[in-house]
Design a protein around this ligand. Sequence first.
Ligand code: FAD
Length: 326
Amino acid sequence: MAAGRSIDKTDPLDLLDRQDRQDRQGIETLVKPAQFDYYAPRTLEDALRILAEAGSEGRVLAGGQSLGPMLNFRLAKPAVIVDINRVEGLGILEAGPSHLKVGALVRHAAFLRSTQVREGWPILAEATRHVAHMAIRNRGTVCGSICHNDPAAEQPSLLFTLGGIVEIASAKGRRELPAQDFLTGMMSNALEPGEMVVAVRYPRPVPGTSVGFDEFARRLGDFAIAGAAATLTVSDGRCSAARLTIIGMGRGPFRAEAAEAALVGSRLGGSDGEATIAEAVARTVSAVEPAEDVHASAGYRRHLAGVMAERALGSARSRAMGGRIG
Ligand SMILES: Cc1cc2nc3c(=O)[nH]c(=O)nc-3n(C[C@H](O)[C@H](O)[C@H](O)COP(=O)(O)OP(=O)(O)OC[C@H]3O[C@@H](n4cnc5c(N)ncnc54)[C@H](O)[C@@H]3O)c2cc1C
């Protein structure tokens, strides 16, 4: 033992005793999350009333797959938690002539099970396969993921790519926001205190629209290091509309507008099509502003953004041309 260092001779049982005494005095030491009041309302009206009373201290609990860890690490310390899992009417998953409506309690797994989603909005099913593992997909919600807005998450980027709408409610009334206005940056959204998301809507793709999605993660089920979602609308072999979104760059979903501009108006077949895709990929690589972290350097993320863009655009192009791109 080096001079000057002392040994802590506290008996672990004494320590537990002491903590128990402190807990009874209202000092939190043993539990992981900070103290909160828990409410499990059964109606939306009650949920909104509790959220209104809690103001900025209130937090919605949906699947708990992101909020749970945030509470445990004390990255979130809300005074009030409103568990919406018993609230009636939030499990709606409805495909209409103009849109798909997804209620706040629709789990990721529902996108994989629904024939309507797989046929009408195939990119939602294609991308949801990459969300975490089955246990997390069975519990985590699509709207919860959109509210959480992790920069590497699939659901916010899909809502953004497809031009979706977020339906918001509070005790004061309702409002709607387009995805690009709702998603305000890394892990943030445009909700005001007392508000919650009740549903999101995805417009039905216009005829002639094909999609592509791909992502790279170190292990199946991990968050993506980079990914891309693409939609191409083609008429008479020419691209009339394009959307390309890159995920995992360190902010929210990144819309590659310069790449989209290269695609719109271009022929997608043959060598012209190949050149157009190459130009779109090059523009994506120069436009992204990747962040560096323990998972990947900025340079590697930039490289992956190009690879993922090429794959997503390549799938969409191949599907748009009926599998014939030569
Ligand atoms: C091991 C692991 C791996 C994962 N991998 C991935 C992955 O690869 N890709 C991916 O996208 N996600 C991944 N996730 C996260 C998962 O998808 C979560 O389901 C999702 O991020 C949050 O959904 P939730 O319903 O669990 O929300 P919660 O955890 O309940 O809530 C998350 C946040 O959103 C807020 N919120 C939730 N619902 C609403 C609402 N209706 N109105 C207002 N605010 C609301 C909460 O207050 C909280 O701030 C992973 C999670 C784990 C634990």
